[in-house]
Design a protein around this ligand. Structure first.
Ligand SMILES: Nc1ncnc2c1ncn2[C@@H]1O[C@H](COP(=O)(O)OP(=O)(O)OP(=O)(O)O)[C@@H](O)[C@H]1O
Ligand SMILES: [Mg+2]
Length: 394
């Protein structure tokens, strides 16, 4: 174990004893016989643990604590105190000291306390490093998705233009040679594949951008009254076009709730939930959307009779990039972005989202959104952004 430790005390014998005990454990030790000397050393070095007497002749242990906090907040400080100043030791703990030792301290207790402090310091280091990596990951996500957007739009746009131009040509003056005609038709099909695939890529990049905006709290919203049933019907009809064999139904209980929301993002919510319901249930399986008003909220439920989700994974499916083992093993396409984004959008509306499921049988995803004019709806209207979920992964 190698760690850098500073011991501050104006009693020479205390310094010598502690130094001797801790040196046995392989630490690198500096000692300071005065507060002034301690501040000098703290300014020059990055210590893992600082042990300091609470009452020095030229300053108090609290002053040392303050200097440490300023210079390297991750340094762990341990206060050395006599029985008489136990009160001040407790005050020091409140101000951020990690622990205290009563003098003269038992060597084993001293070693254990320093070891714990050192381990804590290692942990803090690791956390800082992980936070830096996390920040880097967010930056990468944001930059990469921005940079990818332009070329994808160009590829998809030009492929679309080329298809149109070729088709028009073929219609206006079919080539005299039939093999030419076939060749050109094949080209049109290939261009259509390029267009389809780049549109898919475009959607993916848009989703990654959404993730990065949710993480940084910059998801843009244009709020307006939204008739939820109308919106749900529109999205469902749109999805039905892409899956003609499916039975998609919308059921409404009572009158249609009106909420204050961002139409595009709410369409994304319904679209993502329907996409999942269809993706994770048999092709012939029925998918239903229920809408109703309950108290101050509009409730929307998307239900399917598909593979379901094991209970222990129900909360995790909202995590970024999380996919159940079953979804992975069946090779159902997806990245695990949909529910993360959906939750981000719902929460930004002051709403809630949760799931119920029985493995191998059914899944219900519930969304509750505040009605326009309700207290939460009014807060949203006044521009109060609902607080992000604590501990939400970034
Ligand atoms: N209706 C459902 N039935 C069963 N499992 C589901 C359902 N909806 C979501 N899941 C599980 O939750 C995981 C996360 O869903 P999410 O929508 O976030 O990602 P995805 O569908 O895998 O990919 P993406 O939405 O990015 O295309 C899925 O991979 C799947 O394991
Ligand atoms: Mg999905």
């Amino acid at each position: 174990m190698s760690g850098r430790i500073l011991v501050v005390d104006d009693e020479e014998n205390v310094l010598v004893t502690i130094e001797a005990i801790l040196r046995m454990d392989g630490y690198d030790i500096d000692t300071a016989g005065s507060g002034e000397r301690a501040l000098e050393l703290i300014g020059q070095n990055d210590y893992d643990v600082v042990l300091t007497d609470l009452r020095l002749e030229d300053m108090s242990g609290q002053d040392i604590l303050a200097a440490i906090r300023q210079r390297s907040p991750a340094t762990v400080s341990v206060m050395l105190t006599g029985y008489a100043s136990l009160e001040s030791a407790l005050a020091a703990l409140r101000e951020g000291a990690y622990d205290y030792l009563i003098k003269p301290s038992d060597p084993e207790e001293l070693r254990a306390t320093v070891r714990r402090g050192f381990e804590r310091r290692q942990l803090l280091r690791r956390i800082t490093r992980l936070e830096e990596l996390d920040e880097l990951k967010s930056q990468f996500l944001s930059i990469a998705s921005h940079e990818l957007r332009t070329p994808i739009t160009a590829v998809s746009g030009f492929a679309q233009l080329a298809v149109r131009a070729l088709e028009e040509r073929l219609r206006a003056s079919p080539p005299p040679d039939p093999s030419w005609q076939k060749e050109l038709e094949r080209l049109v099909r290939q261009l259509n594949v390029i267009q389809d695939q780049s549109a898919k890529l475009g959607r993916l990049v848009r989703e990654l951008l959404d993730v990065s905006r949710i993480q940084s709290g910059r998801l843009e919203f244009r709020l307006a009254p939204v008739d939820l049933v109308q919106l749900v019907r529109e999205v469902t009809e749109q999805m039905q076009l892409g899956a003609p064999g499916r039975s998609l139904s919308v059921r409404v209980n009572g009158s249609s709730p009106v909420i204050l929301g961002d139409r595009d993002h709410l369409e994304q919510v319904v679209g993502n939930l329907l996409d999942n319901a269809m993706k994770y249930s048999p092709v012939a399986g029925e998918v239903s959307v229920f809408v109703r008003t309950k108290g101050d909220e509009a409730h929307l439920t998307v239900e399917d009779r598909g593979m379901g989700i094991p209970t222990d994974q129900l909360a995790r499916v909202f995590d970024l990039f999380y996919r159940t083992e079953e979804a992975e093993s069946r090779r159902t396409p997806g990245l695990g972005l949909g529910l993360y984004i959906t939750r981000g959008i719902v929460e930004r509306h002051g709403g809630r989202i949760w799931m119920e499921s029985e493995r191998g049988k059914w899944t219900k995803v519930h969304v509750a959104l505040p009605l326009q004019g309700s207290p939460a709806g009014k807060r949203l209207e006044a521009g109060e952004v609902p607080a992000a979920r604590e501990g939400a992964p970034i």
